[in-house]
Design a protein around this ligand. Structure first.
Ligand code: BG6
Length: 502
């Protein structure tokens, strides 16, 4: 039986609070936030009392809001046996983004506090397009809704979703606006990748075992691959994606976090500040992106193709996309971390849409054995060891090594030792959004971005974006790949080796 040293997630319920969701009738709320809250409800992890207020422009009553959400979940077959009890927590407040409406919201929240005996604790979740972030933060400030009376009785927090700006300058501007009304300790910047079980397990795997750290460096590792492949296209998000593209959508945040967790030094304490400090050091050590110094990038965009036997359109034919769009939906980037541990080890970061299947993993490719004993004798190719930290489709860790094939002759065979979460842990898994919401209720910043990390991440990415977006032959730099293929042929051959890992 596995030895569970402790359940990291406390079973204590967080303090009673009200969660106000701006964008309450939007896509993110429907797809992620409400299902996460519903699953927390079913696991008895929500505070008591707890109140949810969905806010958006549509005029609806509480009951219409509850019914609308429920109808959406009936279509996707969610187990709704506890929905009616859960939905009593749901309230709806129609809102326009102006002072009068926010003053009304303030009165409404005071009223809800009294009726529900909440203690005045509030979380404002910005599940809205980023253009509304400054407006909402400003209105929360002007109506004093951002104020907190003291830490233990009446705290106020704000949750911001990525993208945190679209370059360094706009990230700084957003931060100034948030800080005009909120203190840093009140701000929670979500990256849902950080809440994935395997991603969190990176810290434990690396720093709670003594056998990996001695070989976790340039002396033993040939390269690191970080892959986030998706079979989905841009879907209904063309408006956002046309402005973002894969670099802003996936690299500035999720891919950077995976790189940082792989490359960071052990923190001195398991608390948010120490962990964030170590992460920051990695981003600061990233080599300036320059082809003369080994860094490379390959950009692609999906054209029409076939996925799972179904014909799909190309990116430029998606509704809402400019038919001459030069926005990349695929990128392969080669980066270097200039420090004693990682000098000259390539980090390949790859992410793309409309690839053959969804696959998210970190690959640690070890060096070949120094003396090729078996190759010389048997003419065999000996695969070097490879460690795969898989995030999707399975949350798993797999180590590939060589064994002797049973029989009279000496014949090598690659075998994989694996650990999968599903097989070894039976409890209901906590979905990433559920985890981050719970941490926000508990005031724990460990799984959230800190502003200095965001700024550093943009400092790395902004020159690359400028280079890609302002170069004169932009169209030639963008390689069209058929949907359902593993990206442009121009992508590095080492990428092909990475991506064809089972
Ligand atoms: C989001 C991106 O942050 O992450 C999406 O905006 C992407 O474009 C998604 O599809 C991937 O997340 P996951 O958890 O499905 O790997």
């Amino acid at each position: 039986m596995p030895n569970h040293a402790c359940d990291i997630l406390s079973t204590d319920r967080p303090a009673s609070c009200t969660l106000v969701i701006f964008g309450g009738s939007g896509d993110l709320t429907r797809r992620k936030l409400i299902p996460a809250l519903y699953s927390l409800y079913r696991q008895n992890r929500l505070p008591e009392p707890f109140v949810i207020v969905g806010c958006s422009r549509t005029i609806m009553t509480d009951n219409q809001y509850r019914d609308k959400l429920k109808a959406g979940y009936e279509n996707i077959g969610l187990d709704l046996s506890d929905w009616d009890a859960f939905s009593s927590l749901l309230n709806y407040y129609p809102l326009t983004y102006d002072l009068e409406s926010f003053s009304g919201l303030r009165e409404y929240l005071v009223h809800l506090d009294q009726v529900n005996h909440c203690r005045g604790n509030r979380i404002f979740d910005l599940a809205v397009p980023p253009s509304l972030y400054p407006i909402i933060a400003d209105l929360l400030g002007r109506t004093s809704l951002s104020e907190q009376r003291n830490r233990n009785n009446g705290w106020t927090r704000i949750v911001v979703e990525k993208p945190f700006g679209r370059d360094l300058e706009s990230a700084l501007a957003l931060d100034r606006i948030l800080h005009a009304s909120f203190k840093e300790e009140q701000i929670f910047r979500i990256d849902h990748y950080l809440a994935k079980e395997t991603v969190q397990n990176m810290l434990i795997f690396r720093f709670a075992n003594s056998i990996f750290e001695p070989i976790w460096n340039r002396h033993h590792i040939e390269y690191v691959g970080i892959i986030a492949a998706e079979s989905m296209g841009v879907g209904s998000r063309a408006g956002y994606y046309e402005q973002a593209g894969v670099l802003r959508d996936m690299f500035q945040n999720h891919m950077m976090q995976l790189l940082v967790l792989t490359a960071m030094e052990p923190p001195c304490r398991l608390e948010a500040g120490s962990v964030q400090d170590e992460k920051i050091k990695v981003i600061r050590s990233l080599r300036d992106f320059h082809p003369d110094q080994g860094s490379r990038i390959c950009l692609g965009q999906y054209g029409p193709g076939t996925i799972d036997g179904v014909d799909v359109t190309g990116y430029r034919q998606e509704p809402g996309v400019d038919q001459h769009s030069l926005v990349p939906t695929f990128a392969l980037m080669e980066l270097y971390v200039d420090n004693w541990r990682w000098q000259d080890v390539p980090f390949f970061l790859v992410s793309g849409k409309r690839l053959p299947r969804k696959k998210t993993q970190i690959i640690i490719q070890f060096k070949e054995v120094p003396h090729r004993l078996f190759k010389d004798v048997l003419g065999e190719t000996i695969g070097a060891n490879r460690l795969i930290i898989e995030i999707f489709p399975e949350e798993a860790i797999r180590l590939t090594f060589q064994t002797k094939n049973p029989g009279a002759s000496i014949c090598l065979r690659s075998m994989t030792m694996d650990f999968t979460y599903n097989e070894h842990y039976q409890g209901e898994p906590l979905e990433a959004y559920a985890r981050v919401l719970l941490d926000c209720m508990n005031g724990d910043h460990m799984l959230f971005w800190r502003q200095d990390g965001i700024e550093l991440s943009w400092s790395v990415l902004t020159p690359i974006l400028q280079e890609c977006e302002q170069c004169c032959n932009r169209d030639q730099q963008l390689h069209i790949y058929p949907a359902g293929s593993w990206g442009p042929e121009a992508a590095d051959s080492r990428f092909q080796k990475l991506i064809h890992t089972p």
